[in-house]
Write a protein that binds this ligand. Sequence first.
Ligand SMILES: NC(=O)c1ccc[n+]([C@@H]2O[C@H](COP(=O)([O-])OP(=O)(O)OC[C@H]3O[C@@H](n4cnc5c(N)ncnc54)[C@H](OP(=O)(O)O)[C@@H]3O)[C@@H](O)[C@H]2O)c1
Length: 291
Amino acid sequence: MQSPCESHHSFFYGVPYLFYWNTTSRNPIIKVQDSYNIIRFWAHNGLLILGLLIAALNFLVQFCAPAAYGKHAPLKVTCPVEVRLSNIFAHFIPGLLIFTVMYFLSGNNLLGITNIILYSLFTVHYLFRGLLAPLMFRYSHSRLSARIPLTTFLLNTIYHCTNADFIGSVFYCKGYFYDPRFIIGALLFVIGLIINWSADIQLILLRTSRHDKDYILPRGVLFSLISCPNYFGECVEWLGWTIATWSLAGLIWWLYVVSVLGTRAIHNHNWYKDQFSSYPQRRKAIIPFIY
Ligand SMILES: NC(=O)c1ccc[n+]([C@@H]2O[C@H](COP(=O)([O-])OP(=O)(O)OC[C@H]3O[C@@H](n4cnc5c(N)ncnc54)[C@H](OP(=O)(O)O)[C@@H]3O)[C@@H](O)[C@H]2O)c1
């Protein structure tokens, strides 16, 4: 019998798994494993459909009004919770703990080298985003409404479970390691990560201490082109993830991230223009030279 990996270079190499359920030898990215049953199929795909609907709804809601924290915080916070703990709860637990448990519990191919690399990329992002960044940020408001971390926690859990389930059980043939999708996707992820981290660190350094609450006009590197390079970097990262994993789970997560950060970038950009009369006219919101 022909091995599924023998047809690496066929046209069908990497066509999203959904279209090749119970795949044949033509598709070397193989989702089906022995324990992959119909309940799990619908749990996975049901969450993907839900995730897509949430991304669309979230775009509309956040486009009309930004989430009420930071620059857009209300004067009076209802049901306040501590900002650093809230961020760790909303990002570290789903991004690192739940993602890892799901990867190890549901994965049938979690020791594949490509799977391990993808797992590492995801968790490295969340080590910074979920733990180091909340501890290092010099927040202007020490409290935010409990509604924000609770909703974020729930939504992150939905998206991260589908991604962990996918990369824990998908079978990437050896050749996929050299595939343009893997190389380009992983490169984009790393470039996006560097942009995201360095922009976040630039923002931290704008304030002199944790007691400093002033807003300063950021300048230099990507800030000379866009108002929110940290958001731009994160969108590039997850686009890279989508390409490298070649998955619907990655695509739907990326759409959600764009719906959150793309809309908030517009509100932040308008906020900067209102607050700073000298705000550079040529600076865009999130995509250099374009938007
Ligand atoms: N994956 C997702 O769905 C998602 C969603 C949201 C955020 N994120 C990521 O999480 C990170 C933080 O997001 P965020 O929305 O909190 O970012 P942000 O608004 O850019 O703020 C980041 C930090 O920098 C401070 N800051 C921002 N602008 C400043 C200025 N002009 N002067 C002085 N300090 C300033 C903020 O203080 P304040 O306390 O005053 O705001 C905050 O402590 C980013 O890397 C973003 O990509 C991801």
